[in-house]
Ligand binder design. Structure first.
Ligand code: FAD
Ligand code: NAP
Length: 467
């Protein structure tokens, strides 16, 4: 009998409880004419992916999207299995045996590499690690960042670069009122960093910042924003780009905002954010740890397709610094037993249908959505449309009889998972963690004080009551 009825619901596993996972769950649970049951897995006891562990603590409004996900979690047919890492506790094959379909939405956990000498010197970190540390991701609870230097260099011109720059420039009182991890609030309180230099390899017209994020860098209470007028002056390639259809209003507005920054007189605030353009790191140097970064001056040109690219002029400068945060993008990692495109760092797919690398054909019942499907770009909302495309493919396959016919019943799946992971955390367990975190935050006027250790989270989830 085709699944999707009251007697035989469509049973789907979703691997990863970030935005893509939650949007896919919602779309399945409210699909017309299909009765679905959805189990959402996460390797952490806590759901919501980068909304909890990525979005900057000083942007609490952006986290209100969690209320939408809470409504999904309240739907009949939804279950959460926190603490299950697919690839460790269960294999893709074991999931495939137990569900009609599996959607992989496990995001992109690691960082892209610059590939320059000195990249791995102590004091040079991927922004992914710094972000996870200040947001209390349990994998990074014991990470250490030496903030005893006066100058930090952030590489990259995206919104993550803007986030980490703000975190280094926020006054203690502002940070202390957020849900940033306590260890980060304390370490940043003691920070000696007075200047944050942000390096963009191309020009202001090509910066990947969105307008509010770049504008915010000029609105910091204790940091001046400094831009050299010569570096925002448009070169020929950028002028042509801005005049062409390839540029969008965000590019144009960024140029206006950055040009206005270049006209400002520094007010002598205690910290400085220095935005540099057409500068690429070529080497990170130091005796046993980061002491300086060697930077190339680039010129811009348009390639045959009209893209503006950076080219090294051969000119060098050295910037003394003690901390380097490399913020040049996230990168997906493969799971054993699942197709993976190593070059692009994504699961190969067509409209969300995972493709067998050998035959190029879709693997029946296996799908992908979110960053692991399309790569690490786009805001939270982008994942809604992306998940819809995947869910549409899945529902079309269901209608066409292309899904595996059998699935296990919900109880036996739960028994199987509890054997594999005795510290399984249900959605009710997460709600207990959530309530405990909020009540810890209340006396301090903070949204929550996060638990940063998995064993603490599991204990609170088990006790079901605030700690
Ligand atoms: P993720 O959110 O990464 O979720 C993936 C989930 O899968 C995680 O919970 C992870 O624990 C889990 N997982 C990983 N591996 C496994 C496994 N093997 N088994 C089980 N579970 C696993 N967008 C905005 O709109 N506003 C912002 O302010 C904003 N800030 C951002 C800040 C940062 C630092 C970053 C990196 C991104 C930000 N974004 C923001 C973008 C937004 O967070 C992403 O578009 C979105 O989170 C991607 O969703 P996803 O579900 O694909 O992945
Ligand atoms: P991103 O937007 O792709 O930016 C990456 C930056 O790194 C670009 O400036 C890129 O420059 C640069 N870069 C790449 N390779 C480089 C190299 N080898 N050397 C020097 N620079 C290099 O990525 P992201 O900042 O990680 O953000 C990921 C996504 O999350 C984005 O869609 C972002 O908008 C979203 N996000 C949103 C928010 C928010 O809404 N507040 C906050 C954080 C993140 P080129 O352009 O020259 O390649």
């Amino acid at each position: 009998m085709t699944p999707g009825t009251e007697e035989n619901p469509l049973r789907v596993a979703i691997v990863g409880s970030g935005p893509a996972g939650f949007y896919a769950a919602e779309q399945l649970l409210r699909a017309d004419g299909v009765v679905a049951e959805v189990d959402v897995y996460d390797r952490l006891p806590t759901p919501f992916g980068l909304v909890r562990a990525g979005v900057a603590p000083d942007h609490p409004k952006l986290k209100s999207v969690i209320r939408v996900y809470e409504k999904t979690a309240a739907r009949e047919g939804f279950r959460f299995f926190g603490g299950i890492e697919v690839g460790t506790h269960v294999t893709p094959a074991e999931l495939a045996q137990r569900y009609h379909a599996v959607i992989y939405t496990y995001g992109t956990a690691t960082d892209r590499q610059l590939g320059i000498p000195g990249e791995d010197l102590p004091g040079s970190h991927a922004a992914t690690e710094f972000v996870a540390w200040y947001n209390g991701h349990p994998d990074f609870a014991d990470a250490r960042f030496d903030l005893s230097c006066e100058r930090a260099v952030v590489i990259g011109n995206g919104n993550v670069a803007a986030d980490v720059t703000r975190m280094l420039a926020l006054p203690h009182e502002e940070l202390a009122a957020t849900d940033a991890a306590d260890h980060a609030i304390e370490a940043l309180r003691q920070s000696s960093i007075r200047e944050i230099v942000v390096l963009g390899r191309r020009g202001p017209a090509q910066a990947a910042f969105t307008n509010p994020e770049v504008r915010e860098l000029g609105e910091m209470t204790i940091a001046d924003v400094i831009v050299d007028p010569a570096e925002v002056e448009l070169d020929d390639a950028s002028r042509e780009f801005l005049a062409s259809g390839a540029a969008d209003p965000t590019n144009r507005r960024n140029v206006e905002i950055l040009t206005e920054f270049a006209r400002r007189k520094p007010q002598g605030k205690e910290r400085r954010i220095v935005l540099r353009f057409r500068r690429s790191p070529v080497e990170i140097q130091g005796d046993g740890r980061v002491e300086r970064i060697v930077v190339a001056r680039n010129e811009l040109y348009r390639d045959d397709e009209g893209n503006v690219r950076a080219r090294d002029t051969g000119e060098r400068e050295t910037i003394e610094c003690g901390l380097v945060l490399r913020s040049i993008g996230y990168r997906g990692v493969g799971i054993d037993g699942l197709p993976f495109d190593e070059r692009r760092g994504v699961i190969p797919n067509e409209a969300g249908r995972v493709l067998d690398p050998g035959s190029g054909e879709p693997v029946p019942g296996v799908y992908a959505a979110g960053w692991i499907k399309r790569g690490p770009s786009g805001v939270i909302g982008t994942n809604k449309k992306d998940a819809q495309e995947t869910v549409d493919s899945l529902l079309a396959d269901l209608a066409a009889g292309r899904l595996p016919a059998d699935a296990d019943d919900p109880e036996s799946v739960e028994r199987f998972l509890s054997e594999r992971q005795p510290s399984l955390v249900s959605y009710a367990g997460w709600e207990a963690i959530d309530a405990a975190e909020r009540s810890r935050g209340e006396p301090q006027g903070r949204p929550r004080v996060k638990f940063v250790r998995v064993d603490e989270m599991v204990e609170v989830a088990r006790s079901g009551a605030p700690a």
